[in-house]
Design a protein around this ligand. Structure first.
Ligand code: BT5
Length: 258
């Protein structure tokens, strides 16, 4: 990975500072450690991760030489209860960038999955530090399967995952994909921080494959089934339960039912 090839294409504040590592535990952990010592928009990139993380302590497969593992340090001017909007913002940015570079019909599965057809091509892990009810910083971690041959993953991940190479038959420059993502985040982050929450949510609705579908959402020990009607102004999913009642869900594991 060539840091100069990424930097040459950076247009705004996101990625003005880039920390590149051969390998780390998790780029999110490195970014959290740096967050209060560096500028907003600083980015951690690693070629591989030893302890790549998904949500709820799940493992993120992070082999070297083929994929994207980046974390971005932000200080969003939003309330902690709106934190899902950070993931919504990153998902819109990644989907737009991936569609443009690869031509693939990437869609967003609420809340944090990047999908091609019904396979996961990437995921987002947003983590927050809050104090006295305010966000001190947010770290947005992005993992994208670019040039990996999916057969190289364990069987359970092979079943649910895909990569840009698996879908297109071609290899792509990770530097190009990273710089496009960072430039899109620069664009959408300004909108989120400005008065543009409504614009962001509208764009998300255009790019999601979740709304209007019958879904199952697992939240801790509970499972809810219903129609995914909309997301609210905080990024919460609004589900029309079979009983006809509405249920707001702030995060969970969502499966689209046939
Ligand atoms: C996610 O979690 O999808 C968030 C993934 C975020 C990864 C990035 S990489 C850079 C940064 N540093 C980190 O340590 N993390 C972030 P979740 O929705 O919980 O999905 C996790 C599940 O996805 C796992 O339990 C597997 O089933 C599956 N999975 C694991 N590795 C995968 C991969 N490489 N591609 C697709 N699916 C994968």
């Amino acid at each position: 990975m060539e840091i100069d090839d990424i930097k040459a294409e950076i247009k705004g504040g996101i990625g003005r500072e880039i920390f590149l590592y051969e390998t780390v535990g998790s780029t999110n952990t490195v970014a959290s450690d740096l967050a209060e010592k560096t500028i907003e928009g600083a980015v951690v990139v690693a070629d591989s991760q030893q302890k790549g993380r998904g949500r709820l302590g799940r493992k993120w497969e992070s082999p070297p030489g083929v994929n994207i593992y980046v974390s971005i340090i932000l200080r969003p001017k939003i309330e902690p209860k709106e934190a899902t909007l950070i993931t919504i913002m990153a998902a819109v940015a990644c989907t737009t960038a991936l569609r443009r570079v690869t031509g693939l019909h990437v869609t967003i599965k609420w809340p944090n999955d990047l999908m091609v057809s019904d396979k996961k091509i990437g995921g987002i892990l947003s983590e927050l530090k809050t104090e006295h009810g305010r966000i001190i910083y947010a770290v947005v971690g992005i993992g994208i399967n670019v040039n990996i041959d999916i057969d190289a993953y364990p069987a359970d991940v092979q079943e649910i995952a895909t990569s840009v190479k698996n879908e297109t038959g071609m290899s792509y420059s990770r530097e190009v994909v990273i710089s496009e993502i960072l430039n899109e985040i620069d664009y959408w982050y300004k909108i989120l921080n400005g008065m543009g929450k409504g614009i962001l949510l509208l764009e998300w609705q255009k790019l999601t494959s979740t709304l209007g579908r019958k879904v199952k959402v697992i939240v801790g020990k509970e499972t809810f089934t219903g129609l995914a009607e909309s997301i609210d102004s905080e990024g919460m999913l609004i589900l029309r339960l079979l009983s006809g009642m509405l249920k707001k869900i702030s995060s969970g594991d969502l499966t689209i039912l046939k």
